[in-house]
Design a binder for this molecule. Structure first.
Ligand SMILES: [Zn+2]
Ligand SMILES: [Zn+2]
Length: 394
């Protein structure tokens, strides 16, 4: 497949030095959930310079740019996330984080830059008929930024007939794309289980109700939920990541706290897992004379791609890089993504953009990760090409 002369990828690539400078500046100044003031300010400023109408303060630090062209009344939303992570960066390059304990470890600096690139391209070429809303979302990393924007009336104020989003994927070559129709990323929940027993001397266990032993039994019992309660063709994850107990060698503590995460591709499976966790925890605790209180909080819904928009963005990607470089049947991942809440309200699709195998191959949320600037034209290009297809002039 030859690239047409007007390919958005090639067009955006002519701005790559400037876009790379923008991306690295975001990287050097990471801001975590709902604190993206500098980032949002720069995004608003750059959108205005492109002649795009800007609304700020949606979902606290969110930004929406609106671009209209032609008589069409169909509207498309393109969404990127802006937030960084609470983690220390291990990289020593010039654009490494200047803020101790904060890092763009998930590439949202790159996603924001890709969306700015798409906006600039669409504002300049205007080969579409209708309205495009450029949605820059805060607080994707488990803090509810998508829900904050929705609660602020995102789709009432900026009606969208379809929405599209993306994420970089380390280990996938630059210029490759992947997605699937239906559930593509899992829903996620965090939990804390407090077990209240009765503490005492470590050498006199008969006078205590030892919550450490109870906690150990519960962790083991929970592992049977996926094996025995969830149907084999369905799937899920129950992971206990924290076990907070006593600190002395000879003291049995009064209480312990277990914490961790649950993942599932269907809301019903998530509810089933929660119910079984509660039943097993309280049943086991009661058997020992203790009590167990479970705080179970959903932090992301399952991300579900709609078939029409999945085909449309996959066709747009194939138009840019050729069908051989688009994996339309990518295996769903157990990670989760806040964009799921927007996709639950409007039809749309989410696509993965290759971040590279060697350079760019370091996994996200790793202290050595960096977004690969060579991917900017592909991410920006696929969003722009999707608009040109979804809002094609008649
Ligand atoms: Zn992340
Ligand atoms: Zn991310």
């Amino acid at each position: 497949m030859t690239h047409p002369a007007t390919s958005p990828v090639d067009h955006i690539r002519t701005w790559l030095p400037e876009l790379t400078a923008w991306r690295r500046d975001f990287h050097a100044h990471p801001e975590t959930g709902f604190e993206e003031h500098r980032t949002a300010g720069l995004i608003a400023e750059r959108l205005r310079a492109m002649g795009i109408e800007v609304t700020t303060g949606i979902g606290r630090t969110g930004v929406v740019g609106t671009l209209r062209h032609g008589p069409g009344n169909r509207a498309v939303g393109l969404r990127a996330d802006m937030d960084a992570l609470d983690m220390a960066e291990a990289n020593g390059f010039a654009h490494a984080s200047t803020i101790p304990g904060k890092m763009h470890g998930c590439g949202h600096d790159g996603h924001s830059t890709m969306l700015l690139a798409a906006a600039r391209y669409l504002a300049e070429t205007k080969r579409f008929d209708g309205t495009v809303h450029f949605i820059f979302q805060p607080a994707e990393e488990g803090q509810g930024g998508a829900r904050a924007m929705l609660a602020d009336g995102l789709f009432e104020r900026f009606p969208c007939d379809a929405i599209y989003g993306l994420h970089n994927r380390p280990g996938m070559r630059v210029g490759q794309f992947g997605l699937c129709a239906g559930p593509m990323m899992a829903g996620a929940a965090f939990f804390d289980l407090t077990i209240q027993g009765r503490g005492g001397h470590g050498a006199r266990p008969e006078s205590t109700i030892d919550p450490v032993v109870i906690g150990a039994q519960i962790i083991g019992a929970w592992q049977t939920i996926i094996a025995r309660s969830v149907a084999p063709a369905d799937t899920g994850v129950v992971t206990t990541t924290g076990f907070e107990a006593g600190s002395a060698y000879n003291v049995i503590p009064d209480r312990v706290v277990l914490r961790g995460t649950v993942r599932a591709f269907r809301a019903e499976t998530m509810r089933l897992i929660e119910t079984r966790m509660r039943e097993l925890a309280s049943g086991i605790a009661t058997g020992f004379g203790a009590t167990a209180t479970l705080d179970f909080r959903e932090i992301a819904a399952p991300l579900v791609n709609q078939p029409t928009q999945t085909d449309l963005i996959a066709d747009a990607a194939a138009g840019l890089v050729g069908e051989a470089h688009v994996d339309r049947r990518r295996v769903p991942a157990m990670g989760s993504e806040d964009f799921a809440y927007m996709l639950a309200e409007r039809p749309g699709a989410y696509i993965l953009v290759g971040n590279g195998e060697g350079e760019g191959g370091c996994e996200v949320h790793n202290p050595g990760y960096d977004f690969n600037d060579a991917a900017i034209p592909y991410g920006g290009g696929v969003l722009a090409a999707t608009v040109e297809r979804d809002l094609a002039p008649r």
